[in-house]
Structure formats: structure tokens, C-alpha cells
Design a protein around this ligand. Structure first.
Ligand SMILES: NC(=O)c1ccc[n+]([C@@H]2O[C@H](COP(=O)([O-])OP(=O)(O)OC[C@H]3O[C@@H](n4cnc5c(N)ncnc54)[C@H](OP(=O)(O)O)[C@@H]3O)[C@@H](O)[C@H]2O)c1
Length: 254
């Protein structure tokens, strides 16, 4: 089935889930997709997807920590084609918790998300016909609990998860939909660095299909695979000292 979202922004689309989402929407009949990332070669390769489909893909090198540049880019995109879906996907995971990496993780995974969604919200709020206006925020299953193995990553994902959930509730009735995405282990440049076991590992294409179809149905919290979601829930109902113990034993991962 074709997507109702015709004009889409996706940050962090030069690889992994962002790349797969770009192809998913191009395939599903999106007309204009605006993508950004920092790596020219990889981003251009993703933009080439437009050759396969009847879809314009506009690529731009932007660091999501640059709020002014990101705001101008989103506003320009909206001038070219009135946006109806903005996916704040760009993110990093750090293996070493050095002060520099910790700040970088929060800057990209938290402030980068705000720099993306605030200009989009401004545009959507001013629009009279808000039909098919959506904001999707990339969190993670790792955002369900602070993880000793990756404190800054799990905390950054918990932060955007809580913010997205609150935003969805506060915009209820406004016709602007907000979706929070919490994937488990997905093949990407982030998980390529992982050496630990990754249960229920899935391809980025499969993840994009799940994400795309659930945004279409306006599912508030898009958490998958269900086995990981179930395990997270089961641990959350245990006494705190037991759940903390279990989490402290998990291997290092995003
Ligand atoms: N893979 C998983 O298992 C998994 C699970 C849960 C959540 N996630 C989340 O999914 C999102 C996508 O990650 P991925 O797994 O697909 O990894 P990935 O292949 O490394 O993709 C990350 C994307 O973010 C971009 N990016 C990173 N920092 C950026 C910055 N400062 N400015 C602009 N773009 C930036 C990267 O582009 P450049 O390198 O070109 O800058 C790349 O396109 C992330 O938010 C990640 O936390 C992933």
C-alpha cells in the first residue's frame, strides 16, 4: 500500500536504518525525500535510490548538532514541498565512555533530535490543514532502562523516548502525530562494531518495514522485536534490586 506521507525529512540517512527508511518511502510512493548526514560518499549513494523509483531525493551534508543549519534546511525543504513526516533518526553509540564521547552522544542523540523536531513542529503548528503531519523520534530498546554497559547511549535514548511520549500526549487532538521508535538490534554501522551477542538481530530493511507500517497506522510507541519488548517489560516488573542486577550483567552494546 502507498504511503500517505509524500514529503519526508530523514536525518542520519547515509547508512543503516535511515538509508533503509529512505528506500522504504521511495518504494511506497513518497514524492520528495530530504536526507542528511555527514559523510558525502555514503549520502550520495543513498540519494541514488531515486534512480530506481519515481521520487526526488534531496541530500545535504548537515551535522544535526548545528541547530541553525538544520532549521534552515527543514524550512527550505518545506518550501520545496510541504513536509508531512520528519524522522529524527541520526544517532551515535559510543564504545568508550570518555567525557568527550559522552558529550558527543548527548549532543547528537538528544540535542540533534530537538534541533530536528522543533522547526518541524513550528511548521506543522502554523499549517491549517494538518492532515498527515507526523514527527518520528528514534529512541531504542536501550532507552527502557539505564544500561551499565552504555550509560550515555541508554540515557540519551531514555530522554528522547520520554520527550516523544510526552509530546504525543500534549499534541493529542491537534492532528500532529508523534511516534517514538524503539528498535532492538538492527544491522547498521552501529551494530557492525558490536562484538556481543545480539538476540533477534534483524536487517535494516525489515526494521524499516516495521517502522514505516507502524508510523502509517500512527502507533505511538514502535518497540520491536516483540521478544525484546516482552523481556524489557518482564524485567521492569521485578523488584528494583533484581532488575538492576540483571541489567548490570548485560554485555556491552548499543
Ligand atoms: N542499529 C540498532 O541496533 C539500533 C537500535 C536502536 C536504535 N538505533 C538508532 O537508530 C538510529 C540510526 O542508527 P543506525 O543503527 O542506522 O546506525 P548508522 O548506520 O551508524 O546510522 C547512523 C546515521 O546517523 C548519522 N549521524 C550520526 N551523527 C550525525 C550527526 N552529528 N549529524 C548528522 N548525521 C549524523 C550517520 O551519518 P554520517 O555518518 O554520515 O554522519 C548515519 O547516517 C540511531 O539513532 C540509533 O541510535 C539503532
Amino acid at each position: 500500500m502507498a504511503t500517505k506521507f509524500k514529503n519526508i525529512v530523514i536525518t542520519g540517512a547515509s547508512s543503516g536504518i535511515g538509508e533503509a527508511l529512505t528506500e522504504y518511502y521511495a518504494q511506497k510512493g513518497a514524492e520528495n525525500i530530504f536526507i542528511c548526514g555527514r559523510n558525502v560518499e555514503r549520502l550520495e549513494k543513498v540519494a541514488d535510490i531515486s534512480r530506481k523509483y519515481k521520487c526526488n531525493i534531496y541530500s545535504k551534508i548537515i551535522d544535526v548538532t548545528d541547530s541553525e543549519q538544520l532549521k534552515s534546511w527543514i524550512e527550505e525543504a518545506n518550501q520545496i514541498a510541504p513536509l508531512n513526516l520528519v524522522v529524527a533518526n541520526a544517532g551515535v553509540a559510543t564504545l568508550e565512555e570518555t567525557p568527550e564521547n559522552i558529550y558527543n552522544t548527548f549532543n547528537i542523540n538528544v540535542l540533534g533530535v530537538l534541533h530536528t523536531i522543533l522547526p518541524a513542529l513550528d511548521i506543522f503548528k502554523k499549517r491549517e490543514n494538518k492532515k498527515a503531519c507526523a514527527i518520528a523520534i528514534m529512541s531504542s530498546i536501550a532507552g527502557y532502562h539505564g544500561l551499565a554497559a552504555c550509560p550515555s547511549y541508554s540515557a540519551s535514548k531514555a530522554c528522547v523516548k520520554a520527550y516523544g511520549e510526552a509530546l504525543r500526549a500534549s499534541l493529542r487532538g491537534s492532528s500532529i502525530q508523534v511516534n517514538v521508535i524503539c528498535p532492538g538490534f538492527v544491522k547498521s554501522r552501529i551494530t557492525d562494531k558490536n562484538t556481543c551477542p545480539m538476540p533477534f538481530f534483524m536487517s535494516a530493511e525489515k526494521a524499516a518495514q516495521i517502522i514505516g507500517s507502524r508510523i502509517e497506522r500512527n502507533v505511538g510507541l514502535i518497540a520491536f522485536p516483540w521478544q525484546m519488548r516482552l523481556a524489557t517489560w518482564a524485567v521492569s516488573i521485578l523488584p528494583n534490586w533484581i532488575s538492576n542486577y540483571i541489567y548490570s550483567k548485560l554485555p556491552h552494546k548499543v
